[in-house]
Write a protein that binds this ligand. Sequence first.
Ligand code: URA
Length: 235
Amino acid sequence: MALVRLNKYLSTLGIASRREADKLIAAGLVKVNGKAVKEMGLKVDPEVDQVAVDRVRVSQERRLLYIVLNKPKGYVCSAKPTKTDPKIVTDLIDVPERIYPVGRLDKETTGLLLLTNDGTLVNRIIHPSSESEKEYEVTFFKQIPEGALNKLRTGVKLGGEGTLPTQVKKVGPAKIHIVLREGKNRQVRRICQKVGFPVKTLKRIRIKKLLLGDLPLGKWRYLTDLEVADLKSKV
Ligand code: URA
């Protein structure tokens, strides 16, 4: 688990506000691994360090977090930043737990990204057998005719391999909504390119019943219990 400042950790657990926690620390009432803490900015690992306040041990139950982010362009769905890709999606989410994206969106793709620390949910959504519906809004550089849409609907071959038929709805002269039930690498971009219409912008707007809605770009929120239950359901 990621390191977290001791005062923040105590406030996340509801033991004290950060300022009150600083006072408890200054009064010598907080111990980490049996030693009273003197250093104000000390960071702890909630999964490893034993924290006690006034001799009472406090600990964090493993919280399962389910988060939806409206991913902006330029962020990658990797665990670690690199020189070429210094911006990672978890930079946008301020929680002490280590969470990871469920599946991937390309660096240039925006929209609905799920993040969690619940490994069972990850498998339900991204395992090919789950066939969970994912819906994207796609814009093109030019108007797209019915013929091209029908090719997308019946399924396009990529690298000699077939893709499943898709649902496609035209929502503007150069804009469609497309629903996939599989997740091959860069699938939307590749199938659109294959029918002669390179993608201008790509945004994911739905996974199963979970909608991106009006969540602003770069912002995140927790899922409701109902949304989590739906994501975990088989249909
Ligand atoms: N298809 C793509 O081409 N890119 C994504 O990010 C998601 C689906």
